[in-house]
Design a protein around this ligand. Structure first.
Ligand SMILES: Nc1ncnc2c1ncn2[C@@H]1O[C@H](COP(=O)(O)OP(=O)(O)OP(=O)(O)O)[C@@H](O)[C@H]1O
Ligand SMILES: [Mg+2]
Length: 377
């Protein structure tokens, strides 16, 4: 009983330490990841010493909690053994006294002492095992707490029933009194309405942080609107499946996304069935072909993760080629040419015009030249 009691006591005591150990461990990894990926900025702003101090502090916390939790769970076993051995001694002493006793009521045989020792061992062993497992269980519990926090996150709203899909996409898009905010009580889009006829070019302009990208996010159903509706060809986008909505749009995002692999693989991402001829045609249209040819290996040039071994403008050119190749009924360009030089931009615009003819397109741009010939602003 004493043994069981101590296990309980120790588990309670070390629980808090295990929890803060898991927390510090997470913090430490986060800090390392952050400073490693942003190490140029850290160096430019002479922040090495500060970063190092932050690391030291988190590491010290981790050290302290780890030592405490390991110490407490480490002494659990010896303490249990101690109680177990006390039980042996008690049985041996009491048993010996009883064997020697002259009173016929109390006298026992030596075999009974042996049996009792066996009994206590049988009881003690499982309790000791609980102690041993409690250790493992606790660090697991502390770690799983973080996983459960992730699982507790709100689910995507489920798709409606009887999903519809436009047969032939014309590209008639209607925003009706759309309200949306990322956070409760912080509305960013306040009653936005617009009608875009098939084939029109829409320019979305506004100051930084106004909500341009947000409108695109809503159109693609990355977020659900809180009030109002968005319709494509007369169908509310909430009546379509998310993947159907997204399959309607070719997209060039504000943040270019390239993965580790060849230039060719990156351009054909999402349209793997296209032929090499198509790929080269799309690259030529996007004014990217020439630059790709100049790379060693051309289309087989290996990009690093995030495309970090080519320039920002070149990354944009690749994502534009990707959208050109995907050849979707509608097009979204979010600052697609913001890092490209003006001469190339003009060339791309001409190519885009050919691509966007007959297609509804949404263009977000700060440069006036990009939006001059839009139908709706
Ligand atoms: N994931 C998010 N969670 C909470 N708020 C956000 C989130 N994304 C954007 N916001 C907020 O919404 C507002 C609009 O952001 P949005 O990205 O749409 O701006 P933008 O018009 O595209 O700006 P930019 O010209 O800089 O690209 C901003 O004020 C921003 O703080
Ligand atoms: Mg934006």
């Amino acid at each position: 009983i004493l043994s069981l009691f101590t296990v309980r006591k120790f588990v309670k005591l070390s629980q808090g330490y295990f929890r803060s150990q898991a927390k510090s461990y997470g913090e430490l990894n986060g800090h390392i990841e952050e400073t490693y990926s942003g190490h140029t900025v850290v160096k430019v702003f002479n922040h090495q010493e500060k970063s190092y101090q932050v690391f030291e502090k988190i590491n010290d916390d981790l050290y302290e909690t780890a030592v405490k939790s390991q110490f407490i769970s480490g002494i659990m076993m010896p303490v249990q053994f101690f109680f177990g051995n006390i039980a042996y001694i008690a049985i041996a002493v009491v048993g010996a006294l009883l064997v020697l006793s002259n009173d016929p009521l109390l006298a026992i045989e030596v075999g009974i002492i042996k049996a009792f020792i066996q009994y206590t061992r049988q009881i003690n062993q499982p309790i000791q095992q609980i102690g041993r497992i409690a250790n493992v269980l606790q660090s697991t519990a502390a770690a799983s707490e973080r996983i459960f926090n992730l699982l507790k996150e709100e689910e995507e709203t489920p798709e409606r029933e009887n999903l519809k899909k436009p047969n032939v996409v014309k590209g008639h898009v209607v925003f009706k009194d759309v309200h949306f905010g990322y956070l409760e009580g912080q509305e960013i889009i306040k009653g936005f309405s617009a009608e875009i006829k098939p084939g029109q070019k829409v320019a979305i302009v506004g100051p930084t942080g106004a909500g341009k990208t947000t409108i695109v996010n809503l159109l693609m159903r990355f977020y659900e609107i809180q009030k109002g509706s968005i319709e494509i060809d007369g169908i509310d986008i909430r009546d379509m499946s998310r993947s159907d909505v997204r399959s309607l749009f070719g997209m060039v995002l504000q943040d270019t996304w390239l993965f580790e692999g060849t230039v060719y693989e990156n351009i054909t991402y999402g349209s793997e069935h296209k032929t090499e001829e198509d790929v080269i045609k799309a690259a030529k249209l996007a004014q990217t072909h020439h630059f790709i040819e100049s790379l060693s290996g051309g289309y087989q040039f290996e990009l690093f993760e995030g495309g970090s071994n080519i320039s920002a403008g070149q990354r944009q050119l690749l994502t534009i080629s990707r959208a050109m190749l995907a050849d979707k009924p509608m097009l979204i360009l979010d600052e697609a040419t913001s890092s490209v030089d003006t001469r190339t931009e003009v060339l791309i615009q001409h190519a885009m015009e050919a691509l966007m003819k007959e297609r509804t397109s949404f263009v977000i741009a700060h440069r006036l030249s990009t939006i001059r010939d839009a139908d709706v602003i």
